[in-house]
Design a protein around this ligand. Structure first.
Ligand SMILES: NC(=O)c1ccc[n+]([C@@H]2O[C@H](COP(=O)([O-])OP(=O)(O)OC[C@H]3O[C@@H](n4cnc5c(N)ncnc54)[C@H](O)[C@@H]3O)[C@@H](O)[C@H]2O)c1
Length: 378
């Protein structure tokens, strides 16, 4: 497609491409035919995405000679479970998939993580294609190969690395996203901008209006820049032994909010936005970040109109949830903290200081100080 852009993800042994642009869903069949001689392709999707997009994907696969089938799961984070993964695996077996066949993940980050995990373990691993349909999935979760499910103990605690054959990010799909999911995706774009550096961050600040109003040119550039950022990080550190940890900016607090509120009660990106606000304040005390940089980040989230949530959550429960975060070591939570655009480090925080910050922050969130649109947590 002439309007699309290709971003390489340079992982061994098989590098792949993320293609960003309009109209790409109908291209999946021919693209997959170039990549594999497989006979069958199973589309995994959810019950909100299926009525919108499954048909065009299935028709494209069939017209390229694949025997296409479909597994539809209930929409939302509550489908990202071990039990649901088992049902998806049973469906693969029922569809007769063999080792040469392909799983096509069509949907948001929940579907990408769930279907990707199932593809990683079915017959010890079969091929995967990612067709992300939320902003969050296009800018973040479909790229980089992390897949998995939540456990009662916490987010993403069971999973596998599974790099796809390719990713097609069809920007046309984003026009039907509800506002809350748009904001959720913008939070991950903001994270990428803050961690990438001054150029991306200031582009976001001047492009906020275009992003709020979903102008196609702003969307295309935000997705491309975010994918380029993530691809660069993942290409350098696929298994998170260093650089990749920066992608967790805002996530220690964000994952705790998701867990304590109950998975699915608050969308991932909205929780991450709270995590960015929290981490930006913590960084002032812990690594001497300038207060102005914390304000700048809060202002960016505000101008992108990412809603504040009422954090009427138990501070002790939030602190406890951080101990079971994937990044914790010996029960001590670790935070990505930034002191300037593109300048970050990972650190533990003295417990008393952390508890004080959680208490202060929860108080601020509950008063709704920094935002007007609140999304309740009930
Ligand atoms: N693997 C990774 O590297 C990674 C990175 C970031 C986030 N994640 C995970 O991603 C998940 C969040 O992803 P998400 O925000 O996309 O959530 P999601 O998959 O639940 O999608 C959000 C909602 O939007 C609906 N939807 C999807 N596409 C649509 C469209 N085009 N039009 C209308 N509705 C549409 C879905 O049905 C769902 O109800 C979390 O589980 C998070 O942990 C993973």
């Amino acid at each position: 497609m002439s309007d699309s852009q290709q971003v390489p993800v340079l992982v061994a042994p098989r590098p792949y491409t993320v293609e960003v642009g309009p109209g790409l869903l109908s291209e999946v069949g021919p693209r997959l035919r170039q990549a594999t001689p497989a006979g069958r392709a199973t589309v995994v999707t959810d019950d909100i995405v299926a009525p919108r997009f499954a048909r065009v994907v299935r028709e494209s696969l069939s017209s390229a000679g694949f025997l296409a089938s479909e597994v539809v799961v209930p929409a939302g984070e509550t489908s990202k479970t071990w039990a649901r993964a088992g049902l998806v695996l049973d469906a693969f077996a029922g569809a007769g998939l063999d080792r040469t066949d392909v799983v096509v993940a069509l949907g948001g980050g929940v579907i990408g993580d769930l279907a990707g995990f199932a593809a990683a373990v079915f017959l010890r691993g079969i091929d995967l294609v990612q067709l992300p349909t939320t902003l969050l999935a296009q800018v973040d979760s479909s790229v980089g190969g992390k897949t998995g499910v939540d456990l009662d103990a916490g987010k993403n605690l069971a999973g596998a690395f599974k790099q796809p054959l390719f990713v097609l990010a069809d920007t046309d799909t984003l026009s039907s996203l509800p506002q809350s999911e748009w904001s959720s995706g913008l939070a991950e774009v903001a994270k990428a901008g803050i961690i990438e550096g001054e150029d991306f961050l200031s582009w976001l600040e001047v492009s906020a209006e275009g992003l709020r109003s979903r102008q196609p040119s702003s969307i295309a550039e935000a997705v491309r820049r975010s994918v380029e950022f993530k691809a660069r990080v993942v290409s350098a550190d696929e298994r998170e032994s260093g650089l990749r940890e920066c992608l967790n900016y805002g996530h220690t607090f964000g994952h705790a909010v998701e867990k304590v509120a109950g998975f699915g009660a608050v969308s991932h990106g909205i929780a991450v936005a709270e995590g960015i606000r929290f981490a930006s304040r913590l960084a002032v005390d812990v690594i001497g970040a300038p207060v102005g940089f914390a304000h700048r980040q809060g202002h960016l989230l505000d101008v992108l109109e990412i809603p504040r949530i009422r954090l009427d959550l138990d501070p002790d429960a939030l602190r406890e949830a951080m101990s079971s975060d994937k990044k914790a070591r010996s029960g001590l939570p670790r935070f990505v903290l930034a002191d300037a655009p593109g300048s970050w480090r990972v650190t533990t925080v003295p417990d008393e200081l952390l508890k004080r910050h959680i208490g202060d922050f929860v108080g601020v969130g509950a008063s709704g100080e920094a935002g007007s649109d609140e999304e309740g947590l009930t």
